[in-house]
Design a protein around this ligand. Structure first.
Ligand SMILES: *[C@@H]1O[C@H](CO)[C@@H](O)[C@H](O)[C@H]1NC(C)=O
Ligand SMILES: *[C@@H]1O[C@H](CO)[C@@H](O)[C@H](O)[C@H]1NC(C)=O
Ligand SMILES: *[C@@H]1O[C@H](CO)[C@@H](O)[C@H](O)[C@H]1NC(C)=O
Ligand SMILES: *[C@@H]1O[C@H](CO)[C@@H](O)[C@H](O)[C@H]1NC(C)=O
Length: 505
């Protein structure tokens, strides 16, 4: 069909060479207003046809141009449009003469010959450009402008964007990733290009994001003072009630200065031993870390070595100090820095016990049994428990008798205390002493003793402390809370693994 049309036009054009009037009278012909231009065209170079005027003396050009075939500067062009846009696809042929005619194809289908559109979706302008009003996804295709009789073609790929797009500060970021900086302010806007009203729904890392009503109505998510927790996948859905609503996403990466911590602020050691100090950090972009003692950056030596490890939530730098002696005690600074900034954590190395960590407790009526863990390579000589009612200013103190060596190699001790308390909210904390001195107090632990109803003998089954201590070693619960860590360890090591994991809390 295309071939036939082409030939018809060709014949017409050839006839037109000799019988200009005849062809112009045909439906393909031009309007009357252009008639004079047509007749003079071949010889008139003063007109607006400057596309064909090369450099050089005009006299010579006349002949040159006549013999030059039409051509396109670019044979392949691409146009991106949004649904609803009015799109103009140009057919900007050089040396386009009166005897030439432009055909438009959508892939293989003829759309227009000259200024006559066959398809009513399109319109052909005087300059042969093809105009499509309010493009839809169906209009996205390969378009060809073919200039006859030479048959030179220009290919234009028209792509029509998604029905929905996400703009970040006005730029289209749909299905792309963005890098924000800590402290930045950004505005994500979700837009739909649909004739029907849509309900814009945002989600962040799979969770529905609830912004203010006004912002939601406008499809806006405002990120103020951006930080690490804003990093993730933002998805927008244009709920139009259909089974396949348009959606898009943007992956946000946040660059922030390192967040540095340690699970052991006070590290217990013993003379001649090897001590390990842990420095945990998260950072983006990548950070470097080093340790400082007494204002000096520690470099690798006989004394110091460094171990870097990757964990799920953070990266860890471990400082290993060999053959500990008195001069090694004191404060160590772990300094972590990246392109955004730097942060530090302080770690104390001493011979005294580490800060006790609450393990768990059980309440039976008025009686509470609490378990703590503490690390000390030196034997514990004493433990002290402070407790008070929530509203009280002063602590009551008891000496704890029940300390038990938990794990010899790791120097972990388990401290158990059982006491009766009146109903109310209580706080408790402990500290321990070894041969070198006292530890710091543990963080406070809250105990809520409920008002007892007159009931049957709940206390009857009260277990002696020794048994409770053993109950606290339960393996089942430990493998649950710390499965990854205990999996391949022997029972005794399992306790150590458990204790360490609890100490990290
Ligand atoms: C042709 O005309 C249309 C509308 O007048 C214009 O948008 C387009 O840019 C023109 N094309 C060329 C190649 O000049
Ligand atoms: C053009 O048409 C051919 C044959 O009909 C088809 O295989 C091809 O996918 C079409 N191209 C586009 C971009 O639609
Ligand atoms: C840990 O370090 C690696 C490179 O060594 C880096 O790719 C990763 O992002 C870091 N993880 C965190 C949480 O900082
Ligand atoms: C205390 O923790 C240990 C080990 O995690 C567990 O076996 C025990 O059942 C816990 N006791 C209570 C009262 O939760």
């Amino acid at each position: 069909m295309r071939g036939a049309t082409t030939w018809m036009l060709l014949i017409c054009l050839l006839i037109g060479q000799f019988y200009g009037e005849l062809c112009r009278a045909s439906p393909i012909g031009e309007e009357d207003s252009t008639v004079p231009e047509y007749q003079d065209d071949d010889y008139d170079y003063d007109g607006d046809d400057d596309a064909t005027s090369p450099e050089g003396p005009p006299a010579e050009i006349v002949e040159d141009v006549q013999s030059l075939p039409p051509y396109f500067d670019q044979s392949d062009v691409s146009i991106q449009a949004r649904p609803g846009d009015d799109v103009t696809i140009n057919c900007d042929a050089r040396n386009f003469q009166i005897k030439n005619i432009a055909l438009w194809y959508k892939n293989t289908t003829l759309l227009a010959t000259g200024q006559s559109a066959i398809n009513n979706r399109v319109e052909v302008m005087k300059n042969n450009s093809l105009r499509i009003a309010g493009v839809t996804r169906e209009d996205a295709d390969d378009y060809y402008c073919e200039v006859l009789p030479q048959g030179v073609r220009q290919h234009t790929a028209l792509s029509v964007g998604a029905k929905l797009s996400i703009l970040c500060d006005g730029r289209d970021v749909t299905d792309r990733s963005q890098t924000f900086k800590q402290g930045d302010h950004h505005r994500l806007v979700c837009q739909t290009f649909l004739p029907t009203k849509t309900d814009i729904k945002w989600s962040f890392n799979g969770q529905r994001l609830h912004t203010s009503e006004k912002e939601t109505a406008e499809g806006v998510v405002v990120l103020d003072n951006v930080d690490e927790e804003n990093a993730g996948v933002y998805q927008c859905l244009g709920d139009d009630g259909s089974a396949d609503p348009p959606h898009g996403m943007v992956t946000v990466d946040v660059q922030y200065s390192p967040k540095v911590s340690t699970h052991r602020h006070h590290v217990n050691t013993i003379e001649g031993d090897t001590a390990e100090l842990y420095c945990d950090y998260r950072a983006s972009p990548i950070a470097i870390s080093f340790f400082i003692k007494d204002g000096k950056t520690l470099s690798l030596s006989e004394k110091y070595s460094i171990k870097n490890s990757l964990h799920k939530e953070h990266n860890r730098t471990t400082l290993i100090i060999k053959h500990v002696e008195d001069s090694d005690l004191g404060e160590y600074l772990c300094h972590v820095e990246n392109a955004i900034g730097s942060n530090e954590v302080r770690i104390q190395l001493s011979y005294s016990p580490e800060t006790p960590q609450f393990e768990n407790s059980s309440i039976n009526g008025n009686e509470v049994t609490m378990h703590w863990l503490v690390r000390s390579l030196q034997p514990l000589s004493e433990a002290m428990l402070d407790y008070k009612l929530s509203m009280s200013y002063t602590w009551s103190t008891v000496s704890i008798i029940h300390t038990q060596r938990h794990d010899k190699d790791n120097g972990i001790w388990k401290i158990t205390h059982q006491m009766e308390l009146t109903p109310g909210l209580w706080h408790a904390r402990i500290k321990t002493k070894n041969t070198a001195g006292w530890s710091h107090f543990s963080p406070e632990h809250d105990i809520l003793i409920k008002e007892q109803e007159e009931s049957t003998e709940i206390d009857e089954g009260a277990v002696p402390p020794e048994d409770l201590v053993r109950a606290g070693f339960g393996v089942g619960a430990s493998s649950k809370t710390n499965a990854a860590c205990t999996k391949q360890l022997l029972p005794i090591a399992m306790l150590a693994g458990l204790s360490i994991s609890l100490l990290r809390l």
